[in-house]
Design a protein around this ligand. Structure first.
Ligand SMILES: [Fe+2]
Length: 261
């Protein structure tokens, strides 16, 4: 399977602090069945933060270290792009710069506590320019999850969604786990990422999440998420995604269930 979101390059963001941690994370990834992994360090200030050339260089260096340590995994450069006004300027059509594995798919993180005013236009304009935006861990974004129909509308227009393995397993709380489940049940997530930062917690072991995903989504849809869709990113091929016209009715908890959990 393919992990599309991981902070495994040492010393460039708040992810892996050193090579030893990075190699431990890569071993853990291989042990859970990951064959390919996209390195997605935070790019916080478009144009002023981490440079794409640095990311590609550091990815090559880490690949060389993994090969030396006999860890059988293929690494690709990528970025987790914090949304801001300048972001559109650093994405250049046809170059793959700052996109997942140098493709047409940028991984975009929305601001934690707010919904940018011009986000609809921003996403539309990117698509007009030939990009396919991927929303990073949509289930963790509270403002968006309070209006999931908006996410559905974006997806109907071609935007794709990545979910974190830790969201599925409850690492970010019950509410986020419920949102992840709802996205999966509505065919509204397209990729899984570990979003790993450290060895002890938020690591690259996706075993539990993959088991839960397979039982929630069924084998075919799980295979799309874990292998087929991300493989298309690696090859920079289009992904056609069947998005529902309408989300299924949310199952509301009854009074007693709410009271007694
Ligand atoms: Fe991340």
């Amino acid at each position: 399977m393919i992990d599309v979101h991981c902070h495994v390059i040492p010393g460039v963001d708040d992810g892996s602090p050193d090579l030893e941690t990075s190699l431990a994370l890569l071993r853990m990834a291989v042990d859970c069945g990951t064959t390919d992994l996209i390195c997605t360090p935070h790019v916080l200030e478009a144009g002023r933060g981490l440079a794409w050339d640095t990311i590609t260089e550091k990815t090559k260096e880490l690949q060389a270290e993994a090969d030396r340590a006999h860890i059988p995994i293929r690494l690709y450069p990528g970025a987790e792009l914090e949304f801001n006004a300048e972001l559109a300027d650093i994405l250049e059509e046809g170059t793959g710069r700052y996109c997942l594995a140098g493709s047409r798919y940028p991984l975009i993180e929305l601001p934690a506590l707010s919904m940018p005013t011009h986000i609809d236009d921003f996403l539309y304009d990117l698509q007009v320019r030939g990009f396919v935006p991927v929303i990073a861990h949509a289930e963790r974004h509270s403002p968006l999850m309070h209006e999931p129909e908006r996410l559905l509308r974006w997806m109907q227009q071609g935007v794709l969604v990545q979910t974190n393995s830790g969201s599925i397993t409850g690492m970010f709380g019950e509410e986020v786990a419920a949102r992840a489940k709802r996205l999966i049940e509505n065919h509204m997530t397209c990729f899984l990422g570990s979003d790993a930062h450290r060895v002890k917690i938020r690591n690259t072991d996706m075993t539990e999440a993959v088991g839960a995903l397979r039982s929630m989504a069924g084998a075919g849809y799980a295979e799309d998420i874990l292998e087929d869709n991300p493989r298309r990113i690696l090859k920079n091929q289009p992904i056609s995604w069947d998005v529902p016209e309408k989300m299924k009715e949310e199952k509301k908890k009854g009074f007693f269930a709410k009271l007694f959990g």
